[in-house]
Design a protein around this ligand. Sequence first.
Ligand SMILES: Cc1cc2nc3c(=O)[nH]c(=O)nc-3n(C[C@H](O)[C@H](O)[C@H](O)COP(=O)(O)O)c2cc1C
Length: 258
Amino acid sequence: MKLYEMVFSPTGGTKKVCDIFSNEFQGEKRTFDLMKMDLSDCKDEIMSDDICLIAVPSFGGRVPVPAAESLKKVKGNHAKAVLITVFGNRAYDDTLLELKDIAEASGFVCIAAIAAIAEHSIMHQFGTGRPDKQDQEELKKYAAQIFQMLSEGHTFGAFVVPGKRPYREYKGLPLHPKAGKLCNECGACVSVCPVGAISKENPKVTDNETCITCMGCVAVCSKHARKLNPILLAVASNKMKKVCSNRKENEIYDKWEG
Ligand SMILES: Cc1cc2nc3c(=O)[nH]c(=O)nc-3n(C[C@H](O)[C@H](O)[C@H](O)COP(=O)(O)O)c2cc1C
């Protein structure tokens, strides 16, 4: 049994959660970065006795489009999948349901799903510092339990995750990071952008129609040159305050069968 991690994590919160989980696995591991859309490498690699952690952030309560597109090209070959969605302390709405639908259509057998909280990658005042110690302990414990049950040959049944079809409509945000004077055109943002929205020739130019506001370019910029419009961000943050302020807890979905 080999462990695969398939992770879309523009600013590292999703990867952090996925790693807490995968660190409990003792065998061979391989990571596929869903930020780079080419997954041709793993087309025929995954076998039915492997286990795959499929981890995406919730963007507007949905699976981020480039992650969904990449996952649709993967061949699951009946491997077991643990689905992980990570959200910024608002809600994940239909993300797990959409992720489960995509994983099953790609040939995975989903055995468990987790919704975990990480710091909000746009409004950092929400979910600040998460996953924290309590989250880490919970996730570690659950991961250890899953790997033990698998090694003991227990089976997992069909389980239901929250969410509705048709999925919640999400058309992206009217906010896009812009390069300021500190930009030295190093191009780090160009390489990290999962949708090719930043010009290679002039990294100060972003195509806002293509940009999905994943914040990867902001996180990677060592000069802190890329920012969202602070006024629009303050307005959006204010709107979200009520719904994002109370601590949300991690959720786990599965069904053990003997
Ligand atoms: C475009 C965008 C949309 C988001 N939508 C939601 C949301 O609907 N609900 C929520 O709780 N958090 C939302 N978040 C916060 C992220 O889900 C959260 O910060 C996640 O940890 C980001 O993953 P990353 O750190 O791997 O980039 C959103 C973040 C971005 C960038």
